[in-house]
Design a protein around this ligand. Structure first.
Ligand code: TRP
Length: 347
């Protein structure tokens, strides 16, 4: 992990489209993140110019009281990225709060959106509910979709690989872009498009629709083999499947959803499903196979992560270099934005 990372040199024109995506550093990343967007990032980095933002400013919108947690998780998230194969020679990994153009763009965009529209952003609405904020929602949290529009447009990204919960953010960004370009009679900003993974979102261990850190139903990329085994053992299956000989439900059974996603032997999964549905196949047998499958998937990631985590300074260096590049790119857009608005006073 001590090898020197060559400086990022490609120009935006030299490769496909521009991709921007990111994560809030509030915890380690889990299989839901992998399925929802990490896998696409690894795939897309070869054909496109990709930026990945560690969104610490956005994390602070609901973690203002825990800046240390955010700080610590910047490295954890970076370890996860590198462990799954996000390659810093192909992808610029950067830290949001260190890019001054982003809050400045946010300020200008905020004037193009109504308070009423912000209140109706479905993602924000459901997060407010989940966190129990009611009317006491931090103002910074209310406006984070606009700061996300700044993230995306600052890099002139047209592709945004995200989980489906983020679609309203992309829609709101498109609205900002259209409004800006129309109002200032320009084409400086580009409309982004969400890249959704072919795989629907991964359910939680408890069978709820979404795997999520805050719901406590996640398998982390960094979970050790014992933790993984325990989690799988305690997984929700079909509550009506009490005895081995009972017919079980495959539909909505997360054990089978995970097998569909991660098992390469599709034939075997099909025959397990058949036997389970007919009756005569115990949960523990299916879970044992799932453990094998997930262990095979996670163990190389876990091993790489351990190696990478041994040299946190080298990882900070990667983030430093990526952030330096990102600052430049975002600043260029900011200059164009100010020019389009006619507030470029001294040029
Ligand atoms: N909102 C995203 C999340 O919670 C993180 C994020 C911040 C992001 N800025 C972004 C995602 C820009 C895509 C593009 O996971």
């Amino acid at each position: 992990m001590c090898q020197k990372i060559p400086p990022l040199q490609y120009t935006i024109q030299s490769m496909g489209q521009v991709i921007l995506t990111g994560d809030r550093p509030t915890g380690k990343l889990h299989l839901g993140h992998y399925v929802g967007s990490l896998a696409s990032r690894v795939r897309l980095q070869d054909q496109h110019r990709q930026f990945v933002l560690i969104a610490d400013s956005q994390a602070l919108t609901d973690h203002a009281h825990e800046p240390c947690k955010v700080r610590e998780n910047i490295l954890e998230v970076a370890f996860d990225y590198l462990a799954v194969g996000v390659d810093p020679r192909k992808t610029t990994i950067c830290i949001q709060s260190l890019i001054p153009a982003l809050p400045e763009l946010t300020m200008y965009y905020l004037n193009l959106v109504t308070w009423n529209r912000l209140k109706h952003n479905p993602t924000v609405k459901s997060e407010i509910q989940q966190k129990g904020y009611g009317e006491e929602v931090p103002a910074g949290f209310m406006i984070y979709p606009i700061s996300q529009a700044a993230d995306i447009t600052a890099f002139k990204a047209t592709l945004v690989p995200v989980g489906d919960d983020q679609i309203p953010m992309i829609e709101q960004t498109v609205e900002v872009v259209r409004k800006f370009n129309r109002l200032y009679n320009t084409s400086v900003l580009l409309e982004p498009e969400a890249v959704l993974s072919a795989q629907a979102r991964l359910p939680g261990l408890d069978g709820r629709a979404k795997m999520s850190k805050s719901l406590g139903n996640a398998i982390y990329l960094s979970d050790d083999a014992d933790t993984l085994a325990k989690k799988i053992k305690g997984m929700y299956t079909d509550p009506g499947h009490l005895r081995v000989e009972d017919p079980g439900k495959v539909e909505g059974n997360p054990v089978f959803t995970y097998l569909d996603v991660f098992a390469t032997d599709k034939e075997k999964v099909r025959s397990l499903k058949d036997r389970y549905a007919r009756g005569g196949l115990g949960d523990s047998t299916v879970k044992k196979y799932l453990l094998e499958v997930l262990e095979e998937f996670l163990s190389p990631i876990r091993q790489r992560r351990q190696e990478i985590a041994q040299d946190p300074k080298a990882v900070m260096q990667i983030l430093h270099e990526g952030t330096r590049v990102a600052i430049e790119v975002a600043h260029k857009t900011l200059v164009e934005v100010r020019q389009a608005m006619g507030i470029n006073y001294f040029t």
